[in-house]
Write a protein that binds this ligand. Structure first.
Ligand code: 3EB
Length: 353
């Protein structure tokens, strides 16, 4: 693998995936095509044993289904543990798990938890069990997709139910709920789809990065829910030229408050300011070379597809025409957020000139 990079990310159209380079692939996530392109697509990972997370948040911009492909150097091998499917290399493991929510039995329920809390608990316990069984102890990056994320049921918004169960399962498994917690994203998904989680884990601990402009999510006050979201603003894996930076889902939040409600363009600019703060902090604290915005690949979650043109225009003016940007339509974990952006990058990830 060129550039000595520990980890590489590519976004590949399903329709072009047969000619892609599958050497060193750990696993992938598939994002459904937009309405006009149909939900399903043929792709090159069909029929092989590598893990593939099926994410139901649709691709915007009239693009067809897209694969997010994670590769490492050297050989990789597939496996499974419980409902978790994984691909592992020497240093890294990619895993994926999907758990259906059960109907809650009517009448007096023996289990006081909601169906989403039970599914979240099951998913996280299996993720942690997989890490223990395979000896990749460090969770570096987690993506969480849950249907109806902003809907209230059983007296609590579903995102908050998810946070409660993630917190409880992590405590029960002896895992951190603050500080040494992975970078993460948590987004909405199509109604009726299972809770879908995919993740990257490592033999070595990453560096955990917070944003000086924001209160750490794991210290959010109780107004955002009974249990704080257990994620770091970013993580850095590896050192120097090999290092990979994972930036969590980032939004127009300063301190712990949403800024620019109702103004998607201003939210996009504030989010980029937060991402620049994380790049600076990763260079100061994460032992990695200073990267610019152009060294990152971006996934942009847009709540209302009608706002795509203004969000896209802001990003293209800040990042230039060659930036790698995948736009997805998704609900975001606060109703007043119109856009959320995650990113990953490394010194060797810059697009060819
Ligand atoms: C925020 O900054 C926006 O619950 O795992 C971003 C990334 C957000 C991850 C999570 C939530 C999560 O609070 C929301």
């Amino acid at each position: 693998m060129s550039s000595g990079q520990l980890l590489l990310l590519d976004y590949v159209a399903c329709s072009e995936s047969r000619s892609a380079d599958w050497h060193g692939v750990l696993g992938a996530a598939k994002f459904a095509g937009g309405a006009r392109n149909g939900g399903t697509a043929e792709h090159a990972l069909q029929g092989c044993d590598l893990p593939l997370a099926h994410v139901s948040t649709p691709v915007l911009d009239d693009a067809g289904a897209i694969l997010e492909v994670w590769r490492t150097r050297g050989r990789t091998e597939p496996g499974s543990h419980g409902q978790v499917r994984y691909g592992r290399g020497e240093d890294l493991l990619f895993g994926s798990v999907a758990v259906e929510e059960a109907e809650r039995a009517s009448g007096a329920a023996a289990d006081a938890r909601t169906p989403l809390e039970i599914a979240t608990d099951r998913a996280y316990r299996q993720v942690y069990a997989t890490l223990a069984a395979t000896d990749f102890p460090h969770l570096v990056r987690v993506w969480n997709y849950l249907p109806e994320i902003n809907i209230e049921s059983h007296g609590l918004e579903r995102y908050r139910q998810f946070n409660t169960a993630r917190h409880e399962a992590s405590l029960a498994c002896g895992r951190a709920i603050a500080g040494s917690v992975p970078a993460a994203s948590a987004l909405g998904a199509a109604g009726g789809s299972p809770l879908t989680i995919y993740f990257l884990a490592s033999r070595r601990a990453p560096a955990f990065i917070e944003n000086p402009r924001q209160v750490s999510a794991y210290r959010y006050p109780a107004q955002y829910g009974p249990r704080s979201p257990a994620f770091s603003r970013a993580t850095v894996l590896g050192e120097g030229d090999e290092a990979t930076l994972f930036i969590s889902g980032t939004a127009s939040i300063v301190g712990h408050q949403t800024l620019h409600a109702g103004d998607p363009a201003a939210q996009t600019r504030e989010t980029l300011t937060n991402i620049e703060a994380l790049l600076a902090q990763a260079a100061r604290r994460g032992g990695m070379a200073a990267l610019g915005l152009e060294a990152l690949k971006y996934k942009v979650y847009v709540r209302d597809p009608q706002t795509l043109p203004v969000i896209k225009a802001e990003l293209e003016s800040a990042l230039g025409p060659r930036a790698t940007l995948l736009f997805l339509e998704a609900d975001i974990c606060r109703r007043d957020l119109a856009v959320e952006i995650e990113a990953a990058g490394g010194g060797g990830w810059r697009p060819a000139a």
